[in-house]
Design a protein around this ligand. Structure first.
Ligand code: ARG
Length: 566
């Protein structure tokens, strides 16, 4: 679509006096496809051209009529409706899909730029919350989308591996811990210890002192404390990695908060030197009242650093050591203020990259209609959710396709895909609800539905008995409405990618996938493919293969596998 929009825009630069880019922006999709494939609203031009929009539309129509890419133009009431030449467009789109799918999606806008995307970032010994789940799923997709758009991306897991909770966990472990239990189930066991610590501390306040004592020991490098702390991290990471593996998530760097312990002093000193730090009830803070924000605490009154201090050091590290021009943070909306303060402080420090920092926030997730909280007794473990989805997918496959060769692998792809798609099809900042029966429904707007559509295209291609290399675009001379509808969708891959990246919102791509699937299924139900006569058969096979390639890439971009059979 990009190419043809550019062509149309170029032809209109001279008569309108606008730039090509502006004209591309102005082109829209008519609400009723019968009016045309694209439309240019001429109202905005009336002033500069000193003509009424109806007249403008008519004048521009005669210019566009001469383009081979344009089949018909239809000026109606100030809108210039444009119907494309279907065979030129189809040839361009299908051929690109077959030979260079990347080009169909991307103009490599990020070339030469590097981004650091901070995502997942759970806290050790605290629950892996739904917030972390959404961050993991959304973040992974943002990484893939940006890479497709030409960015070099480093994915960073900013593990919460430091803080006073470690003193508490160490104390709790020394009282009630069981090495084998922690080894067998680190995330749950450590959480249990943490919860027990809080329960018992209510009646036995001395425990709090013990917790503080052990955190101090840890900070001072006490061997026993450091050893336990490291062990808790190692065991928890092993468990997290199992989940990451299921999701196909891989980080370039695990750089937890503790990594910045020795990197904060220079930043704090710089803040002092620049006169940005002021004393506030014993604490050292950056006053942000001029920006309508509460002060950013840098050092607490006891001299210790906090989360925000580590984030300052981490931002510099990502820019200087990892070479990132853009810093992206995929973190729940409840930390909005933290990031506003962080970015403001970076700006006050004169950091060149401060304007290229983005907090990508997202909504909550509820489970069968109930808000999830990590309060006691209401914890849903991501691992359990994924495993159950996989089990249920396995049952469905057993019923639907008992002879499928690699059933287990497919069940994994479908179960995980169901959970991921359910999350990503929702506009990022909205809340998501999760119900197994909905997410696994093959007929709804679900992961299984889109994966099944891809598998259906694969099945047609298998039956055609041609290798992918033997299939290429054939112009049969005409195209049915449903064929055209599909080609037209395939032509919008670039717009989907561009918008998804600009808005840091994978739901743009997920909804694009649904559009392509709906269009393919309409095409599939209305046109014989294998039974069609020679030219038509080849045209439709090429369209089927183009769809398969577009779907496989788009599914990858939102973190779903694309099974070829299911
Ligand atoms: N560990 C934090 C939490 O669970 C999220 C970290 C997000 N990343 C960051 N650089 N602050 O709340």
């Amino acid at each position: 679509m990009k190419a043809v929009k550019n062509t149309i825009a170029k032809a209109l630069v001279q008569p309108t006096g606008l730039t090509e880019a502006d004209l591309v922006q102005m082109l829209e999709y008519p609400p009723n496809p019968q009016l045309g494939d694209l439309a240019l609203p001429c109202f905005k031009l009336a002033k500069s051209l000193r003509k009424n929009p109806v007249q403008i539309a008519e004048d521009l129509a005669s210019i566009l009529q001469q383009l081979p890419e344009v089949d018909a133009v239809n000026p109606t009431g100030g809108f210039l409706n444009i119907s494309l030449n279907r065979s030129i467009f189809a040839q361009d789109i299908i051929q690109s899909a077959l030979t260079d799918t990347h080009r169909l999606f991307s103009a490599d806008r990020g070339k030469g730029l590097k981004a650091a995307v901070d995502y997942s970032s759970p806290n050790i010994a605290k629950p892996f919350s739904v917030g972390h789940l959404r961050s993991t799923i959304i973040g992974e997709s943002i990484v893939r989308l940006m890479r497709e758009d030409g960015y070099e991306v480093v994915g960073v897991n900013h593990l919460g591996d430091w803080g006073t909770q470690f003193g508490k966990i160490i104390a709790a472990y020394l009282h009630w811990g069981d090495e084998d239990a922690v080894r067998a189930n680190p995330v749950r066991e450590l959480l249990k210890l943490y919860v027990r610590f809080h329960d018992e501390a209510k009646t036995n306040p001395e425990l709090e002192d013990e917790g503080r004592h052990w955190f101090k020991e840890l900070e001072e490098g006490n061997e026993k404390a450091v050893h336990l702390w490291q062990w808790f991290i190692d065991e928890s990471l092993k468990a997290f990695k199992e989940t990451y593996d299921l999701l196909g998530v891989q980080f370039d760097h695990y750089l937890g908060e503790s990594f910045y312990n020795d990197k904060m002093e220079p930043v704090v000193q710089e803040l002092r030197d620049k006169g940005l730090l002021v004393k506030d009830e014993g604490a050292e803070v950056v006053d942000l009242s001029a920006y309508d924000m509460p002060p950013a605490i840098i050092k607490k009154s006891d001299g210790t650093s906090i989360y925000a201090t580590r984030d300052l050091a981490a931002a510099d590290y990502r820019h200087r050591n990892l070479g990132a021009d853009k810093l992206v943070y995929v973190v729940g909306g409840e930390q909005r203020l933290h990031f506003q303060q962080l970015f403001k402080v970076l700006e006050l420090m004169g950091r060149s990259y401060a304007n290229n920092c983005t907090h990508v926030a997202f909504g909550f997730m509820s489970y069968n209609g109930e808000r999830l909280s990590t309060r006691r007794g209401h914890i849903v473990y991501l691992e359990d959710v994924l495993k159950r989805a996989i089990d249920e997918a396995q049952q469905i496959i057993d019923e639907k396709n008992p002879t499928l060769p690699n059933k287990e692998e497919v069940a994994r792809s479908v179960g995980v895909g169901a959970v991921v798609f359910n999350d990503l099809k929702t506009y990022r900042v909205h809340d998501v609800d999760f119900r197994y029966e909905d997410v696994l429904n093959f007929d709804g707007e679900t992961g299984p539905y889109v994966q099944y559509t891809h598998a259906r295209a694969c099945s047609v291609l298998r039956k055609a008995n041609k290798s992918e290399g033997e299939i290429s675009f054939v112009d049969s001379g005409s195209m049915s409405e449903t064929e055209w509808g599909l080609v037209f969708q395939l032509g919008q891959a670039n717009e989907a990618l561009t918008r998804a990246v600009d808005e840091y919102d994978p739901s743009v791509m997920a909804r694009y996938i649904l559009q392509v699937c709906h269009a393919f299924n309409r095409f599939y139900h209305h046109n014989p493919i294998l039974q069609a006569e020679a030219d038509r058969r080849d045209q439709r096979l090429a369209l089927t293969l183009a769809t398969r390639k577009v779907l496989a890439k788009a599914l990858f971009l939102i973190g779903l596998d694309a099974p070829t059979e299911m």
